[in-house]
Design a protein around this ligand. Structure first.
Ligand SMILES: NC(=O)c1ccc[n+]([C@@H]2O[C@H](COP(=O)([O-])OP(=O)(O)OC[C@H]3O[C@@H](n4cnc5c(N)ncnc54)[C@H](O)[C@@H]3O)[C@@H](O)[C@H]2O)c1
Ligand SMILES: [Zn+2]
Length: 355
């Protein structure tokens, strides 16, 4: 991938409506559309109604929740665009969390072979992760993100005020991805997160740390847009994390993605110590901190085999060995680290016995 690709513009603002005005100017009247989901519409829809009326922007609302990140919802958006005369020069504004920006980004990228879209992420996870990096898609046949395309939004508007209505679990879920960003690329970012009081969130102080986190994601995305090599850094904590997430689903006790990633990072920090010489003191400190925020996922020895199987089935693995992204130091990644079954079981055992 050449460096000539143009990446989306990321705007940090106190007034998302104001920022939209110059961005939508280049699109014709009746060619701008908005898609959101029920919860976000209920909480934030009114904030946009004056603008949508004035600019005659038509709106479609999708039901909330991950279970709606599916083809039926894409069809609903396509039908809405089609019925309302959208053409190749139209713009779709996506207002919502990661479920909505993934789904609507995919609908826009495929409608008439792709129309422009703009993301206004409303959850912490979508601000620091999902809405940046050009991955769009839906779940299919029970598989997560099975269908999708890489396509960058024309812009991403980040307004931390949206997070005031977000519940603590969803906040912490996004916070885990920020911690990952600190661990894989920036000791300074990690430190500011450690200093951030999650029990007394200062929304005004969030803008800078969110920006630092987005910058880490952008660094990896810009260096390797289609995940051939170093973008894999963003998978830190995710190999074991995804296996926890899937097991939790199988055992009908689903967990939030960020929580699973936080637990996965604890186990993968252990592997980093064993395999890449990461400092054991740092690993212990960070693991206790993660444990104090995210608690732990209860597993027993019987689950290890299934967790290992789930890791093996992860699409990132080659020839029966598990391929991890690990750390040799905070901010120093080591990609394509093969770990043996024995080592993985050891990490799971350490995780299981955390107290
Ligand atoms: N494209 C990528 O690179 C990428 C990266 C990470 C995650 N994702 C995807 O993102 C999705 C998860 O994102 P998410 O955690 O934002 O989920 P989500 O969009 O489902 O939002 C979580 C919950 O918060 C609600 N919500 C949204 N904004 C709110 C607000 N301001 N106040 C109160 N409630 C609000 C939603 O209605 C929902 O109930 C998954 O589908 C995942 O696959 C994509
Ligand atoms: Zn993640």
């Amino acid at each position: 991938m050449g460096k000539s690709k143009i990446y989306s513009k990321i705007i940090y603002t106190e007034n998302p409506r104001q920022e939209l005005i110059p961005l939508i100017k280049q699109y014709g009247k009746d060619k701008i559309f908005l898609v959101t989901e029920e919860n976000v519409d209920r909480l934030w829809g009114n904030d946009f109604s004056e603008l949508t009326e004035k600019e005659s922007i038509k709106k479609v609302i999708i039901p909330s929740g991950e279970e709606n990140k599916k083809i039926d919802s894409v069809t609903k958006i396509w039908e809405f665009l089609s019925k309302n005369g959208a053409d190749r020069k139209s713009l779709l504004i996506n207002l919502g969390g990661g479920m909505l920006t993934d789904l609507a980004g995919f609908a826009a990228s495929t409608f008439k072979r792709g129309i422009d879209f703009l993301n206004i992420p409303t959850t912490l996870l979508s601000q620091v992760d999902a809405s940046v990096g050009g991955k769009t898609g839906i779940n299919f046949n029970g598989l997560k993100n099975e269908i999708g395309v890489f396509k960058e939004p024309v812009a991403v508007i980040i307004y931390t005020g949206f997070l005031k209505t977000l519940d603590k679990e969803n906040f912490l879920s996004g916070f885990a991805e920020m911690i990952k960003h600190g661990l894989i690329h920036s000791p300074a970012h990690l430190l500011e997160l450690q200093r951030f009081d999650i029990n007394n969130i200062e929304y005004n102080n969030l803008k800078d740390i969110i920006q630092h986190s987005v910058e880490v994601k952008q660094f990896f995305v810009n260096s390797d847009p289609t995940e051939q090599n170093i973008r894999k850094a963003l998978n830190f904590g995710h190999t074991i994390g995804h296996s926890f997430e899937s097991l939790a689903m199988e055992q009908k006790r689903p967990v939030m993605h960020g929580y699973a990633v936080a637990w996965g990072m604890i186990a993968e920090l252990y592997l980093s110590v064993k395999k890449c010489g990461y400092s054991i003191d740092n690993s212990n400190k960070i693991s206790s901190w993660l444990h104090s925020i995210y608690g732990k996922f209860i597993i027993n020895g019987v689950d290890f085999e299934r967790l290992f199987e789930l890791m093996l089935h992860d699409k990132k693995n080659e020839s029966g060995r598990i391929n991890f992204t690990l750390l040799s130091d905070t901010g120093k990644i080591e990609i394509n680290q093969n770990c043996t079954r024995e080592m993985v079981f050891e990490a799971l055992d350490i995780f299981r016995n955390l107290s």
